[in-house]
Ligand binder design. Structure first.
Ligand code: ZN
Length: 370
């Protein structure tokens, strides 16, 4: 069995309309010369192409998938959201929520994006593949059941999980979201449910502003199965590894999942224009290895990554390559050209210690509440 890579060229054909970074063109905002909107296909296209030219694709099982069906979507989204999104998409595009513009036909492309996640989850569960990376677009982790948000048009991971459960019954699934922004959509879907552990490591107060607090622990039957780990801006490589050691790994061990899904945003890297975390490709490499080891210990190795954000077009491919190389257990001859620079730009030791103390305090508070 190989590591599988799920992708569909059509995911790169979803358009976000004329924007400069996240600003709609017009008024004082000059039209861009290049790609324009932050969530452009370029970072993903370059990621896929680096896998190809590095030779890594020879070690991968390259797969596609059927689009998610309306029935799949209805397990997570209300019918009126699906209908509204489809009608806008058919009419040339629009926005079915907040910060989530799309063009003609994006509904069908979003269904492909969710379908890739659905197929990967099914294949990992059935052990048809060793593990998987899903290069899907549009992303999913900010999308709420009733509205799109933050470039996310369908809740890809929940759609995939619920399709698996519809077929195989109740399963315990853990979602670790290491996108630099809070995984608010996934949290919202599972906030009241005990069968899904949702963990988000993110830059404190970044997006959505004011959300992703440690006090958001879940409600009702879901109390205790939501964990937010906000990190101080600029925390860098060490902040992520400390978050894994102090909070994330213990939470996963306690929960004992049947499968672990990583919401793999690559926007914590030090060059991302939409965040300030100063991580690098080895951060993603090490976190991937940790989750693989934990999955081997807890759930027969069943784990996969589903792509989310990442807007530094030149840098994302090297972070993505590090994740996929680790999943596949092989190294190519590619060396991340900014790794040495970012390793030299890490925060001072007292800042790292201050962040670590905050994480230890959060763990202490959780232990006392248990
Ligand atoms: Zn993000």
């Amino acid at each position: 069995m190989k590591t599988a890579f799920y992708h569909d060229e059509r995911c790169l054909w979803h358009t976000t309309g004329e924007h400069a970074l996240i600003l709609p063109v017009g008024g004082w905002v000059q039209p861009p010369a290049g790609a324009g909107h932050a969530e452009s296909p370029e970072s993903k296209r370059r990621f896929r192409n680096l896998l190809e030219v590095s030779g890594l694709t020879k070690h991968l099982d390259m797969r596609g998938a059927a689009p998610a069906t309306r029935e799949d979507m209805l397990r997570v989204h209300p019918a009126d959201y699906i209908d509204r999104f489809k009608a806008l998409s058919d009419a040339g595009g629009g926005n079915a929520g907040i910060y989530s513009p799309f063009g003609q036909g994006s509904f069908e492309i979003a269904a492909i994006s969710a379908g890739l996640a659905k197929q990967a989850v099914a294949d990992v569960w059935a052990r048809r593949v060793q593990n998987a990376y899903v290069l899907s677009r549009p992303p999913g982790h900010h999308c709420l059941p009733e509205q799109s948000m933050g470039f996310c048009l369908l809740a890809n991971i929940p759609i995939a999980i619920e399709a698996l459960r519809a077929k195989h019954g109740p399963l315990r699934v853990a979602v670790l979201d290491w996108d630099v922004h809070h995984g608010n959509g996934t949290q919202a879907v599972y906030y009241n449910r005990a069968d899904t552990l949702t963990i988000s490591i993110h830059q404190e107060g970044c997006f959505p502003p004011g959300q992703g607090l440690p006090s958001e622990r879940g409600e009702g039957a879901g109390f205790g199965t939501n964990l937010n780990v906000p990190l101080l801006p600029g925390g860098g490589h060490r902040a992520y590894l400390d978050a894994m050691e102090i909070l994330v790994v213990p939470a996963l061990r306690d929960f004992r999942p049947d499968m672990i899904i990583v919401a793999s945003g690559l926007d914590a890297n030090g060059f991302d224009p939409l965040a300030r975390m100063q991580a690098h490709s080895d951060t993603f490499r090490e976190m991937t290895a940790e989750i693989m080891a934990l999955a081997a210990e807890l759930c027969g190795g069943r784990m996969l990554c589903v792509h989310e954000g990442g807007y530094a077009e030149a840098i994302v491919p090297f972070c993505g390559l590090a994740v996929v190389e680790t999943l596949a257990g092989t190294r190519t001859e590619v060396r991340d050209p900014v790794l040495d620079l970012l390793c030299a730009q890490q925060p001072a030791a007292d800042y790292v210690a201050f962040q670590r103390d905050r994480l230890l305090a959060q763990a202490d508070k959780l232990a006392k509440a248990a």
